[in-house]
Design a protein around this ligand. Structure first.
Ligand SMILES: [Fe+2]
Ligand SMILES: [Fe+2]
Length: 214
């Protein structure tokens, strides 16, 4: 059924369903398997496992935020094509969410306890960005993906050498985040002002500091 033919109530229920799937663990069947070359679970000591779990919890939270941002932008976008593109991007990001969730479970850990809060805050930010203009909204996506790529590369450098499993997952996510960035730029994403970029970076750092532990 085409989205255009859905009623407002249908859209509302679909939105609630997507929001709940972003915040409730194991509610998304992944469309792609973990991007790993074998099924061996690396052996980590307690300190290493805790550190990797902290990093993966940050990355899982980043994916929850990506869901919130894309859903918020789709909610307020004025242009039907942009709305569809944001829904499509959110769907593509679901695999990343599931991969991080899976690795966290393998490490005997859990997503951030503030997951619902991260989602709601990101949805609000996305809705504001979407309401400003298509160019700003796409520029916001491009900048977000660039910052996500930076922290993925930082995390890859922090992983214990034997944890090739986490490394392969994060490396595949990084490739795809950079692709999302390029698509947003190709579709007209505008360069954001330094003050907006710094504010985004500050918020991302606050999220990372919290999600690592909680
Ligand atoms: Fe992602
Ligand atoms: Fe992405």
């Amino acid at each position: 059924m085409a989205l255009r033919s859905l009623s407002k109530m249908d859209h509302l229920l679909l939105g609630v369903d997507k929001g709940l799937r972003a915040i409730v663990p194991r509610s998304n069947p992944s469309t792609r398997p973990l991007p790993v070359s074998n099924d061996t679970i690396p052996e980590l000591n307690i300190t290493e496992a805790r550190h990797v779990a902290g990093l993966m919890r940050i990355n899982h939270t980043g994916e929850v935020c990506a869901q919130g941002l894309y859903h918020g932008q789709a909610f307020s976008a004025k242009d039907h094509d942009v709305k569809q593109a944001m829904h499509q991007s959110a769907q593509e990001e679901v695999d990343h969410l599931v991969w991080c969730e899976t690795r966290l479970a393998e490490l005997g850990s859990h997503p951030s306890i503030f997951t619902p809060l991260w989602y709601v805050m990101s949805f609000g930010l996305g809705a504001v960005a979407g309401a400003i203009s298509n160019e700003f909204s796409l520029g916001f996506v491009a900048e977000t993906e660039a910052q996500v790529s930076e922290h993925l590369q930082d995390h890859i450098g922090q992983l214990p050498v034997q944890d090739t499993r986490s490394k392969e997952i994060l490396a595949q996510m990084d490739i795809e985040e950079l692709h999302h960035r390029q698509v947003a730029l190709d579709n007209g994403g505008a360069a954001l002002s330094p003050s907006v970029r710094h504010t985004m970076r500050w918020m991302a750092n606050a999220m990372k500091a919290t999600a690592y532990h909680l």
